[in-house]
Design a protein around this ligand. Structure first.
Ligand code: ZN
Length: 655
């Protein structure tokens, strides 16, 4: 087996770099020296490579479907029709603002607080979400029940802090955003002075909302975002001024009584805002929300203007080609139709069996780890093991494919999108009061990502993540264990035990199953991780938020540690073990190298900074080096001198 066959990309390495000094430079230095971020993307790396291949494959599928004779295959018909309508920019141009005119009329009809509330209701019913959002949620107190959950929302910038703070480039971003709103109003036909006033109004209301919203760090505490108030409480105490009966009736869930809100004070505040704010300002805010959420369905000038914020926040220099945006749209709106062909092309043969085998090996290692952890007392250990026993996994693609019961037309892109989002909203809201569906996927099969859901106590690994360079049925097993086993499966399992996930039990209930003494040791270990990552810079002068990123960092560290043990245990059981060495690299070295290379990535400074302000994940460099310095097996694998930068001793260790 050559190094390339093992799944490692030799050219991505920098053999001249010292792995004990800077492992990211060793694993990815070659990549970083030559990588060029395409002007229509915010980063270029291992993930984007798979994303790009997927986009091209899906494009071929959709172009063939769009060109095929109508009626031969209902799935291809629907996919082809949707894609063709999205690609027909001339028809979209001709439609002008007509597709969203009814929504704009709703916003324009506001004359006082009462009509503003009616407008909010009508917009939510049409899947446009000013002020807050609604969806189904398993009751944190009884995860067998699905209740309605209201959550703060209605902002156009990534987080409330962009309206209130001045870290890094935030002030500039605010100015760019306000100018963008103004240009969008001008496109909608407002005279220059009116557009300026409207932008100021929209900005003022978003800022007022930001002031009463919870911070992202507070929101990581499940007890702070769960307040079961029920309908009577919402109607009588929390926000009596808002017509909740009409709201639920218009959203077609009139009988719902079980409701949780993220924070009662927020709904009191927004009901008051509707009562006291100037009607003209409310009209502008609601109009802006409609324009912001539907710009992508409109003509070229709108799409180009909407790109302003992608450029500002993610550093994407150029608008991605139309076909890419349409592929993404079909994946969003008809993902399980599109995903069938993807799975048939990219996740066949023994792919699923191999991924399940890997998943089982990681579970087994986590079980052994729970037995061995010195800081856990026995009652907590027993509860943790019960949680792991109950943790389910979804691998690759759904057992039963979703059907999309709404018609689509070749000449009405915006109408198709509206139909799709309304259909999805109805599907989501229908879950309230229904039994929990444990087989419902929250990502589509081609998605290059994975997730853990705490109320389901379940991990999900889409086929898109189980691809080279992350996973290959013929790769050296150490590579699959390091990249997919540690970086994906171990990472997601560990989320069940990170500072957030650990507050839910094996049945998905928010319940404290920790003894007091073990909990305080867990808090100390978590603090170590918070301080470690809080010292890292995302871009010069902008540090990571150790608290915001704690859960992801715990998951990264635990995942790589557990998968390393899983690999050792798995290898010991093989009658014919895999090669111990490939081109001078030991299999243990391959393991860490595979993990490191899974994060080879060059990102724009804009993206790195936006992530630092609003994303719970650390940037790729720290997802590698921040993890490596804590790995007990790393120093031995690379024969690092004690005290070397990547083997400093005194590691942070949670799981
Ligand atoms: Zn994660």
């Amino acid at each position: 087996m050559t190094l390339a066959q093992s799944g490692i990309v030799p050219a991505w390495m920098d053999r001249g770099a010292d792995p004990c000094a800077d492992f990211y430079a060793y694993a990815c230095g070659g990549f970083l020296k030559t990588a060029v971020i395409p002007p229509d993307r915010s980063s270029w790396g291992a993930i984007q490579l798979v994303v790009k291949e997927n986009e091209e494959l899906l494009r071929r599928t959709l172009e063939a479907a769009a060109a095929a004779k109508h009626g031969a295959d209902p799935i291809a018909d629907k996919l082809g029709t949707y894609y063709a309508a999205c690609m027909d920019e001339d028809a979209i141009e001709r439609a002008g603002l007509a597709p969203i005119r009814p929504l704009l009329d709703v916003a324009a009809g506001v004359t006082d607080g009462k009509s503003a509330a009616r407008a909010v209701i009508a917009l939510h019913a049409a899947s446009v979400f000013p002020l807050f959002g609604i969806g189904p949620q398993q009751d944190f107190a009884d995860a067998t029940q699905v209740i309605a959950a209201l959550d703060q929302g209605g902002l156009g910038l990534p987080d409330r802090k962009y309206y209130l703070e001045s870290k890094g480039t935030m002030e500039k971003t605010r100015r760019v955003y306000a100018a963008h709103i103004e240009r969008m109003f001008a496109l909608a036909g407002r005279a220059p002075a009116e557009a300026k006033t409207a932008a100021a109004n929209a900005m003022a209301i978003e800022t007022a909302l930001a002031r009463v919203q919870q911070t992202d760090v507070v929101r990581r505490d499940p007890r702070k975002v769960y307040h079961r108030v029920d309908r009577a409480g919402l109607e009588q105490r929390v926000a009596p001024a808002f017509p909740w009966g009409d709201y639920l009736a218009k959203l077609d869930i009139p009988k719902v009584t079980a409701i949780t809100v993220n924070d009662p004070a927020y709904y009191t505040a927004i009901a008051r805002l509707l009562e006291t704010e100037r009607p003209a300002a409310l009209r502008d805010y609601l109009t802006w929300t409609v324009l912001r959420e539907s710009a992508g369905e409109l003509g070229r000038a709108w799409v180009a203007e909407a790109h302003t914020m992608e450029r500002e926040l993610a550093g994407v220099k150029e608008l991605p080609p139309r076909w890419r945006r349409c592929v993404e749209r079909v994946d969003d709106d008809l993902g399980e139709l599109l995903g069938r062909g993807y799975v048939a092309a990219r996740f066949t043969g023994d792919s699923k069996a191999r991924a399940v085998e890997l998943t089982r090996a990681i579970y087994a290692a986590m079980r052994a780890e729970l037995d061995a952890l010195p800081w856990m007392d026995d009652p907590t250990r027993t509860a943790a093991k019960q949680k792991l026993e109950k943790m389910a996994y979804l691998v690759g693609f759904p057992d039963a494919w979703r059907e999309y019961g709404f018609p689509v037309r070749r000449d009405d892109f915006a109408g198709n999108v509206r139909a799709a989002v309304r259909w999805e909203q109805a599907r989501q809201l229908a879950k309230i009061g229904s039994p929990v569906d444990r087989l419902d996927w929250q990502m589509t099969p081609p998605t290059v990502n994975a997730y853990y859901d705490a109320t389901l106590n379940q991990i999900a690994l889409p086929a898109g993540q189980l691809q080279p360079p992350f996973f290959g049925a013929r790769f050296h097993p150490a590579v699959n264990f390091g990249s997919t086993g540690g970086g994906t499966i171990g990472h997601e399992i560990t989320h069940g035990f990170d500072d957030e996930g650990s507050q839910f039990d094996g049945d998905g209930n928010l319940r404290d199953w920790w003894s007091k003494s073990t909990k305080s040791r867990f808090a100390d270990a978590t603090k170590c991780v918070i301080e470690q990552y809080g010292a890292y810079e995302a871009v010069p002068k902008v540090k990571l938020d150790g608290k915001l990123t704690a859960g992801e960092n715990i998951a990264d560290n635990g995942g790589v540690k557990i998968a390393y043990q899983a690999y050792q245990q798995w290898k010991a059981q093989q009658a014919a073990p895999p090669p111990r060495e490939v081109e001078g690299l030991t299999d243990d070295q391959l393991y860490f190298l595979a993990y490191g290379q899974s994060w080879c990535d060059q990102a724009t400074p804009e993206k790195l900074e936006t992530m630092a302000h609003s994303n719970p994940h650390a940037p790729p460099r720290w997802r590698v080096n921040g993890v490596i310095v804590n790995q007990p097996g790393f120093g031995a694998a690379f024969q690092c001198k004690p005290g070397a930068p990547m083997s400093p001793g005194k590691p942070c260790s949670v799981w």
